[in-house]
Design a protein around this ligand. Structure first.
Ligand SMILES: C[S@@+](CC[C@H](N)C(=O)[O-])C[C@H]1O[C@@H](n2cnc3c(N)ncnc32)[C@H](O)[C@@H]1O
Length: 247
């Protein structure tokens, strides 16, 4: 089954409070907005109605197909964001992205700044998950370590640090929009297959990881309570002179 199917089924959606916070900071519904890496459209469903026109840039054909089928009234471009941005697609009042900043090239802040109108904003959602049972979380982490699984950051603050460090953005605000879910053993294992480091393991590593996770979760009663720590970062261009579109 395609990763996009498990992704759509098992990754939780985003609360509407994210769209409310974006339009409040902008002071209006943006007329021209772009979403980076929309995936199957989980965040798109929340942000699209808060805009008057949204372009979704998504390089995976599977994801782009699901997105087109699931979310009406959007324009889908099947390309990487940096490749699309290099074609000079114009300027945007909102550049939005959920769980994607870490996948973009290091010049990401400069590219985003170039896409924005002088009073436009960059809105980035970061998400990490926490198992809400510390002893189960320790045992699950031991399993991940046993197959040399590369663990990502345990918090979202690196996004604000990255934006600030680029010199293009400021002031940067953040707000929390957490979501919880309770997963059975098999759903937890299927969720893990949607994580990008999982796809970097060799077939034997994947099998061992899933077998050990299933055994660990079954021993703990067969369910995993998860909180998705979800942080929205909002940033305008730091000064008019940081607007690379200006000459
Ligand atoms: C973790 S998923 C997040 C999907 C969606 N934004 C969400 O929150 O559910 C990351 C998405 O970014 C896409 N992606 C990866 N590299 C990208 C790039 N260079 N430009 C645009 N999208 C990218 C992937 O194909 C994937 O759909």
């Amino acid at each position: 089954m395609a990763t996009s199917t498990f992704y759509e089924e098992l990754r939780p959606g985003y609360p509407d409070s994210i769209a409310t916070a974006v339009t409040a900071r902008l002071g209006r519904r943006p007329g021209n907005a772009v979403e980076i890496g929309s995936g199957t459209g989980k965040a798109t469903r929340v942000i699209a109605p808060a805009t008057r026109g949204l372009v979704c840039v998504e390089p995976s054909p599977d994801m782009a197909r699901e997105l087109t089928q699931r979310v009406p009234h959007i324009t889908v471009v099947e390309a990487s964001w940096e490749e699309w941005a290099s074609t000079g697609p114009g300027t945007f009042e909102l550049v939005f992205g959920a769980m994607v900043w870490h996948l973009l090239p290091t010049q990401r802040s400069e590219i985003a700044a170039r896409l924005l109108t002088p009073d436009g904003i960059l809105a980035l959602v970061g998400r990490v998950n926490r198992v809400d049972d510390s002893s189960l979380e320790d045992r699950i982490n031991d399993v991940f370590r046993s197959v040399n699984y590369p663990q990502g950051p345990r918090h979202n603050d690196w996004i604000a640090d990255d934006l600030r460090g680029s010199g293009y953005f400021g002031p940067i605000t953040d707000s929390r929009h957490d979501v919880t879910q309770e997963l059975s053993t098999s759903d937890f294992c299927r969720l893990v297959t949607t994580f990008s480091p999982y796809r970097g393991l060799d077939p034997e590593g994947r099998r061992v990881l899933l077998d050990r996770l299933a055994e660990t979760v079954d021993e703990a009663g067969g369910s995993v309570p998860i909180t998705w720590i979800t942080t929205l970062f909002l940033a305008g261009l730091s000064t008019p002179s940081s607007y690379p579109g200006q000459v």
